[in-house]
Design a protein around this ligand. Structure first.
Ligand code: GAL
Length: 682
């Protein structure tokens, strides 16, 4: 094994394939930052204990696994949390029918509580057997388990279920002659930090990206987009980003990447939106319609199957990337578009509207369809990112498939699935693998369901209302049929007011969240994460998948409509404070919480200082946040705020840090270091 940074080891087995996530990496490893991350839990096995073999099927790698080991990660997992004792099949799939491991963004990376994490550098549909199987010879010497039955009841016959013997991790990588694996050492948090820094560090979105988002009805016109923009300002509903859905293309399935007749004065619209503080985001997908301007040139750099009559571009070739990049740069980015929603770059095994090109598809780069399904999401993000980087504008965009080494990419995952509990679990899980996830709000069962979903989304990486199927905002009408029929709810005013409060809460947290992202970039610590990352010693935290840390100090415990107004909340050891009422609660236990539909339980760690902004309607070039800081607990506390232009890459060179310090009963002290424009006033 070769050590490539502190606690990061590389192991090459056989002859690895050329086309892998590492081959396409476009961000350098943050080696110095990795050196700063401690290793407080050492790896529980030696290099000799890692086994591997090559067979006709491909490569199998084995590692020891102890009975008390818990496993996390594997990308965006919506249906499962602790992955120990499970078989994970890492195929990209938009609509997995069960907890198989498949999903929008499976990542061949897991973290074990045995002091290590492992990344398999492959675009193959890899299966990870996490303690489900043992090798021949393991059981023959066992006595107790292998005795004849005394009793023949159902319980006795099926008693031997969960293996008590030492288990194995078995990794099955098909079609490969070799593979490179990377081992990361430390406790759960340290392993995640190492993996993210190995990927290039977390992304830093523009400040506006963290504001409120609204996606328009699918077939909305330019006039309607402008009306909505005006209406939000009139109703004082904070809103930063407007997203245009398929109707902006002259043909959308597959795409022309050309404005439709619904947008006759699009350039002027972009300008007017900008003057009004709106950033525009355009929906698209990868499949290129024959009328797209670069169709003919792209033909030679596409796979040998079509999707929706369109080309499947080979983004592993420079040529295909350049054709996409040039068109998007000239037609959209230079004209002021600030982001894209990259749809359907996932797979569709279980969806009748088929966008799954065959796994046997051949691409000019030499990749096959299987590899491309796992690669296309990140390759697509990389090319869009390059355009914005080249124009010195930061983007915050959306994508429906992602994969390994994606932490530096400022893209948030989303889904057509809509189970609220799964959406919460998605947030908890995505933080293990360098991914960001959006629990977006669409139509709802009723107003209370709407509030529960909005509460979750304002405490997420991406505060999005996605109205692509409803012409009016959900706070005017939650029911899709009635919304389409133009009927407003009697309670529309009440729910509009409630949503406004939640949007304002989001806006007040922007600087706090921005700091969490700067930390993500510098230290690899995810801005939103599972409890088990911050409390690795706490056995109870190991199973919690419905609460999460939001930034350094806040513990968010959302309720779903199905929960009603009560839920159990696990608070780790220590003192906690209700974020809204400041009421003190002792941790190290599970408490029962009552929360009406207008309240989300949020707790703050003892000894935290939280900077809060007066909510603005949107973030512009001139926004200066009016700030104050709240101390939770009776100890002295600190917080680092980061100040820069909030929208270009200048922050990589010039960024000021404001160290806020507060003791009870004393004034807030602010120590500013570094260079950067002044964007906060206290
Ligand atoms: C879906 C996407 C939705 C919406 C829709 C438009 O694939 O997930 O959010 O954009 O396409 O047709």
């Amino acid at each position: 094994m070769q050590q490539i940074a502190k606690g990061v080891w590389k192991l090459v087995l056989g002859e690895p394939e050329q086309m892998t996530p590492e081959h396409f990496r476009s961000f350098p490893i943050k080696t110095e930052a990795i050196d700063e991350v401690p290793i407080s839990h050492s790896r529980a096995f030696t290099e000799e204990e890692i086994g591997w073999k090559k067979s006709r099927r491909g490569i199998t790698v084995t590692l020891p696994m102890r009975t008390n080991e818990d496993i996390y990660g594997f990308g965006l997992q919506l249906q499962g949390f602790d992955q120990a004792g499970k078989r994970r099949y890492l195929k990209v799939n938009s609509d997995p029918v069960a907890d198989t491991g498949e999903g929008h963004a499976p990542v061949p990376f897991y973290i074990s509580t045995a002091g290590y994490g492992l990344f398999v550098d492959t675009f193959r549909y890899t299966t990870f057997l996490m303690g489900t199987n043992t090798e021949l010879g393991q059981s023959s010497g066992m006595t107790a388990e292998n005795e004849d039955h005394e009793e023949f009841s159902e319980a006795a016959i099926y008693a031997l279920k969960r293996a008590e013997e030492e288990r194995k991790v078995i990794i099955d990588i098909p079609s490969a002659d070799g593979v490179t694996i990377y081992l990361f050492e430390g406790n759960i948090m340290e392993v995640v930090q190492r993996y993210n820094l190995f990927s290039g560090g977390g992304c830093v979105p523009p400040m506006w990206g963290l504001g409120m988002w609204y996606r328009m009805y699918g077939g909305s016109s330019e006039t309607e987009a402008k009306q909505f923009a005006e209406q939000f300002r009139k109703e004082k509903l904070p809103m930063d980003v407007l997203g245009l859905e398929p109707g902006w293309h002259s043909h959308s399935y597959s795409c022309t990447y050309r404005w439709s007749k619904l947008f006759p004065n699009h350039d002027k619209m972009i300008q007017e939106m900008d003057e009004n503080g709106y950033k525009l985001n355009l929906w698209e997908h990868v499949y290129v319609y024959p009328k797209a301007p670069f169709y003919e040139k792209l033909k030679d750099y596409s796979g040998d199957y079509e999707v929706w009559n369109g080309l499947v571009p080979d983004f592993a070739t420079k040529e295909a990337c350049e054709l996409f990049e040039e068109h998007h740069r000239e037609e959209f980015v230079k004209k002021g578009i600030l982001g894209f929603k990259l749809d359907e770059c996932d797979n569709s095994d279980f969806n009748p509207s088929n966008w799954a090109f065959p796994d046997s598809t051949e691409f000019p780069s030499g990749m096959d369809g299987e590899q491309m399904h796992l690669a296309i999401g990140t390759l697509y993000q990389n090319l869009i990112y390059r355009i914005f980087k080249g124009e010195d504008k930061r983007t915050y965009s959306q994508v429906r498939s992602s994969g390994a080494l994606a932490a530096p990419l400022p893209f948030v995952l989303y889904s057509d699935l809509y189970d609220h509990k799964q959406f919460i679990r998605g947030m908890v899980n995505s933080g293990f693998s360098g991914l960001l996830w959006c629990p977006e709000v669409r139509d709802c069962v009723n107003g209370d369901d709407l509030l529960r979903r909005v509460q979750t989304v304002v405490f997420s990486a991406h505060a999005l209302i996605n109205s692509w199927r409803i012409p009016s905002p959900p706070w005017k009408q939650t029911d899709i049929e009635k919304n389409l029929a133009g009927e407003e709810m009697e309670t529309a005013v009440y729910y509009t007011d409630q949503c406004r409060k939640l949007f304002e809460l989001r806006m007040s947290l922007l600087p706090y969240l921005y700091s969490a992202f700067v930390e993500y970039a510098n230290t690899g610590k995810p801005p939103i994460r599972a409890l088990v990352m911050d409390y690795p010693q706490d056995e109870n935290a190991r199973m919690i998948d419905d609460e999460y840390l939001f930034g350094e100090s806040m513990l968010v415990c959302p309720l779903t409509y199905e929960d009603g107004t009560k839920r159990s909340v696990y608070l780790p050891e220590g003192e906690w404070f209700d974020f809204f009422t400041k009421e003190q609660v002792s941790g190290g236990r599970t408490i029962e919480v009552e929360a009406d539909y207008d309240r989300i339980p949020v707790y703050v760690k003892d000894g935290s200082l939280i900077p809060l902004a007066e909510p603005v309607q949107c973030v512009t070039k001139d926004t200066v946040f009016t700030m104050h800081a709240e101390l939770f607990g009776d100890k002295a506390a600190e917080f680092s705020l980061y100040e820069d232009d909030f929208e270009t890459f200048e922050y990589e060179k010039n960024q000021a840090k404001l160290l806020l310090k507060k003791k009870p009963e004393s004034e807030l002290a602010i120590i500013r270091t570094g260079e950067g424009p002044m964007r906060y006033q206290f």
